[in-house]
Design a protein. Structure first.
Length: 320
């Protein structure tokens, strides 16, 4: 399977996605057999979790120079040392974007929708990679959104307003909706985040958007998990089948070599750093203790793997 993973790195995520893979992770023994997993097309990687099929689909990457402040509570030399320890470049960061399709009980559910036409030139590849994996966007019956940052929602509608997933029921966390559609709350929040992407995407279709409270099952068999901190309503999702669990963690962590390895560190995109820190510890520990297969929007290729404890932090072990 190693060649399949190399293909995914070369294509859908681009060469730079390999730069966010923690080194040395393969030395850690897994506690249960790895699920059947393989690359199904350039930019798509599929695994069986019990009776469910999980497909990680790349939306591409974005790259930028590393600068002071990317990690809000660590110095630039500390961040560079963590990258150096992982065998990664210390002058640039390349962040992958990966959405997930869950097929179970006759449903085809997409988790997050990518950048669409609004991201970096190296992003916005979700629709092409879905097609390459044999998944027609019109066959998606539900889209679950983890939170409302633009790289997760802009792919719902193109520049002309057309829906990318026209047959899908769109479901979003109610606390996230309540924050981003309340101009006064946004204006009072640290940094006064813009709601431009939210208005563009949701305003014309607001009446059809289903809001759910995290903690229940927005889709039968898929549990929503309150994972607040990165944004006020950030939500993770999990499905358990035949005693195996897959959890989509959204933006619980950014670059794994920094924030999985050092869960107390806060990426600059976390709106409530302390809440995000507590959530990160809670879910990473649950993933390690439960031997979950996890997916993360910014985890390294192929975006699917396990979390294992390492010292005071954790490691991400990609499936291969």
């Amino acid at each position: 399977m190693a060649s399949s993973r190399r293909q995914f790195i070369r294509t859908g995520l681009g060469l730079a996605a390999a730069a966010v893979l923690p080194m040395g992770a393969g030395c850690v023994a897994l506690r249960s057999p790895a699920p059947v997993a393989s690359s199904v097309a350039p930019g798509a990687f599929r695994a069986r979790i019990g009776a469910a099929t999980i497909t990680a689909v790349s939306d591409g990457t974005a790259s930028s120079p590393l600068a002071e402040g990317f990690v809000r509570n660590a110095t630039l030399p500390q961040v560079q040392q963590a990258l150096r320890d992982a065998g990664l470049p210390t002058d640039r960061l390349t962040i992958p974007f990966t959405a997930f399709v869950v097929e179970h009980d006759g449903r085809r559910v997409l988790m997050d929708a990518g950048n669409g036409q609004f991201g970096a030139p190296t992003a916005g590849r979700l629709l092409a990679n879905l097609g390459a994996a044999g998944i027609d966007p019109r066959s998606i019956d539900t889209v679950l959104i983890s939170h409302f940052h633009g790289d997760h929602i802009n792919g719902l509608r193109d520049r002309d307003g057309a829906l990318a997933f026209p047959a899908a029921r769109l479901m979003v966390p109610a606390p996230e909706w309540d924050f981003w559609t309340d101009d006064a709350r946004r204006a009072a929040a640290p940094g006064a985040p813009s709601g431009d992407a939210v208005r563009r995407v949701f305003a014309p279709i607001a009446d059809s958007v289903v809001r759910f409270q995290p903690g229940g099952e927005p889709v039968a068999g898929i549990r929503s998990i309150a994972a607040y901190g990165h944004t006020p309503g950030h939500t993770a999702f999990s499905i358990t089948s035949q005693e195996q669990t897959f959890a989509y963690l959204g933006d619980l962590t950014n670059i794994a070599a920094l924030f999985v390895r050092n869960p107390d560190w806060a990426v600059r995109f976390d709106m409530d750093a302390e809440a995000a820190r507590q959530t990160r510890h809670r879910l990473l520990e649950a993933a390690a203790a439960g031997d979950w297969i996890v997916g993360g929007y910014h985890l390294p290729a192929p975006g699917l793997g396990r979390i294992v404890r390492r010292g005071s932090g954790y490691d991400f072990l990609p499936l291969s």
